[in-house]
Structure formats: C-alpha cells, structure tokens
Design a protein around this ligand. Structure first.
Ligand code: NAP
Ligand code: 8YV
Length: 329
C-alpha cells in the first residue's frame, strides 16, 4: 500500500472517510491505495495523484461525496460506498459523469431489522430503565412498576417497505402485531395495507417504524403534523436517517405528551444528540448501531472491496445504485 506514490500500471484507489483497517488491507498489489480521512486530506492530495485515482472506497456516511469532491477526480470510474444508504453521495452528479456508484444492500438487512425490533420492544417495555432499577438496588425495596407500553396492543405503520422494511414486517408478523405501511408506490412484494398518505396512516396506527432513505424527498417527512396524527399513545422508532424526522418537533411532541415515547438509532447531527432528548425517560437512544456487529460489518466491508475488484477486473459492478445502473462496458 502507498499513501503517496504514483504508479503507471496499477489501479489507483482512494479510501475516503474514517479509518476502516479491513478496507485498507483488502486490496492486492494490483492496486495503489491512497487515503483521505477528511475533505482537507482529499484537497491536500497532489494534483498528480488526484489525476490518477479511478476508484473510491467510501468508508462511512459521514464522508460527504458531493460534486466538489468528485470534481477533483477527473478519471474516476467507480464510487464504492459503505452502507446501504447513500444520501452522502451525489449519485445524480456521478451519473452525469458516467461514474458508477455502488452501496452495500442485503448483507445488513436482517441485522438492521433485528435492531429495529429490539429498539421497539426496549422502548415499549422500558428495558433500559428496568436495568438501571436492578443495578441501583431499588428492586430490594419494591417490584418495578408495570410498563404502560406493550407490543400486545399495538398496530404498526412502517414508513418504507423496501428490503429492511419487509424484514421488520416479518418480525412483527411473527410477534402477531398488525402491520400497515407508507411508501410512494405500493410494493408488489407484500399484501399489507398501503397508505399513500403518511398522515392518514399515522391516524390509523399508534406506532411508526421509519426505514426510508435519507435525502431531499424524505427530509423531515415525520413532523409535528405526523406526531399529532399519531396521538398520545404514539411511539416512534427511527432506524432510517436523522434527517427524516423533524428533531425539534419530536422533542416538543415528547415533552408535551403529544406522543408517548421514541426509540432512536439515528439523529439529525450525529454524533450530537440534543440534551433535551438525553434527559428524557421516555426515549431510548442508540449511537447509529443498526448494522454495527462484527459479522455484518465484515460483510459490508467485503462488498465494498468486491465491487471495486469486480469493476477493475473488467466485470460488472455487483451492487450499483438506481441512479447509476450498469449498462455494459
Ligand atoms: P430500500 O430497499 O431501497 O427501501 C426503501 C423504501 O423506502 C422503499 O419502500 C421506498 O418505496 C421507500 N421510500 C423511498 N423514498 C420514499 C419517500 N420519499 N416517501 C416514502 N417512502 C419512500 O432500502 P433499505 O435497504 O430498506 O434501506 C432503507 C434505509 O435504511 C437506507 O437508505 C438507510 O438510510 C437506512 N439504514 C439505516 C441503518 C442504520 O444503521 N440505522 C442501516 C441500514 C439502512 P417507494 O420508492 O415506493 O417510495
Ligand atoms: C452504517 C447505515 O452504519 O447502511 C446504512 O445506511 O446507516 C449503516 O449501516 C453506516 O452507513 C455507516 O456509515
């Protein structure tokens, strides 16, 4: 591996974003690997190196791959992004330049659905508070109070019924919880009731589980109006992106009792979480760990590597995103 040298016959790759050793060690001698953890590092690469780079491995959704950064790499052919969500990559601009963007779908679907389901039950049945109760010794004095929330009397509206939404729905089916969903288009893969209107669905359920992509079309789609429609028994679980929920409106809805509780894996300005949320007893807060197990992260890292290797050995990319479909070489 090199972080500075230029090679004429090998393929020059850039690993962009926070360090991921598995990615850095995943390429053979056929590649020359350059690294840029931050935007500043990218800008500090010499023009001669930037000229050579043909592929990027993006290590995290916090690394913004926007038009400005892509414009610095004139020979770029493929952006291989870690994670199924790619709202941090300007795929539209990439398409204009015939750059393929790939992500890591499927290999994390069941893991993220497990976390969503766990977060829902943890929020309803107050596992975190109950754990603290045991550790503090309070159980010696009296039993833990009954939880107001329960999975038993819930009806769940899933916002997003793609790969992960369907995996969440299967878990809810197994738990005998009724499911409906909201997307822009009804899914051919499921027979649950479809609501084209999110507010109408929020009125019909008491629990929302959010698993849509981030980006302009979903920005703050879960807002004050949605919380009002969900009502005082309402529970929100967000494992999608922080941008999908109007966080200020959520804080207000939790404070005022407009809704009952929330379980959140993602936030608007990660890793910053509003102090008001941290001080609330009726929320469960996770540090964006939906896919964060060793086994699943290994599979995601491998898919990032395999997309680059496949492309640079003359084959098709394995998992191109919708905006940059593979149309032959
Ligand atoms: P997917 O298979 O592409 O499914 C996306 C679903 O969202 C589809 O049902 C789509 O249906 C719906 N959707 C898209 N835009 C919408 C809009 N504007 N309004 C309503 N529905 C919309 O994606 P996936 O694999 O399930 O992943 C979903 C997202 O989960 C990712 O993009 C990522 O942001 C997030 N995620 C988070 C974690 C974590 O660690 N917390 C881990 C993995 C993924 P229509 O196109 O018909 O609307
Ligand atoms: C990752 C995710 O934690 O796949 C996604 O969209 O949000 C998570 O699996 C994240 O992408 C890491 O950057």
């Amino acid at each position: 591996m090199s972080t500075g040298s230029i090679s004429s016959d090998k393929i020059d790759l850039l690993i962009y974003g926070p360090v991921r050793p598995i990615l850095e060690n995943g390429f053979s001698d056929h590649f020359v690997v350059h690294k840029a953890e931050t935007r500043g590092d990218l800008e500090r690469l010499t023009p001669a190196i930037r000229e050579k780079i043909r592929g990027i491995a993006v290590t995290d959704h916090t690394a913004r791959v926007d038009k400005d950064s892509l414009s610095q790499l004139p020979r770029l052919e493929l952006v291989s992004s870690f994670g199924v969500g790619y709202d941090h990559v300007d795929a539209k601009y990439a398409a204009e330049r015939n750059i393929i963007v790939t992500n890591t779908p499927d290999v994390l679907t069941e893991e993220v659905a497990d976390v969503a389901m766990g977060l829902l039950i943890c929020t309803l049945r107050e596992f975190i508070k109950a754990d603290r109760y045991v550790r503090s010794g309070l159980w010696q004095t009296q039993n833990y109070p009954l939880s107001v929330g329960s999975l038993r009397d819930r009806k769940v509206g899933i916002v997003g019924m793609g790969r992960i939404g369907q995996a969440i729905a299967r878990r809810l089916d197994a738990s005998l919880v009724p499911v409906v969903y909201h997307t822009r288009n009804p899914s051919k893969d499921v027979s649950y009731k479809h609501y084209p209107d999110l507010i109408e669905m929020a009125k019909a359920v008491d629990t929302l589980m959010v698993i849509v992509p981030g980006g302009a079309s979903t920005n703050k789609m879960v807002n004050a109006e949605v919380f009002k429609a969900l009502g005082p028994r309402g529970v929100l679980v967000n494992v999608a992106r922080g941008s999908v929920v109007d966080e200020a409106a959520l804080v207000q809805a939790l404070k005022s009792g407009t809704i009952l509780a929330a379980g959140l894996d993602v936030f608007a300005a990660e890793p910053n979480v509003p102090d008001e949320l941290k001080s609330m007893q009726n929320v469960v807060l996770l540090p964006h760990v939906g896919s964060a197990s060793v086994v699943t992260r290994n599979a995601m890292n491998q898919l990032v590597i395999d997309n680059l290797k496949s492309w640079f050995s003359g084959k098709a990319p394995l998992t191109p995103v919708a905006e940059t479909p593979f149309k032959g070489r």
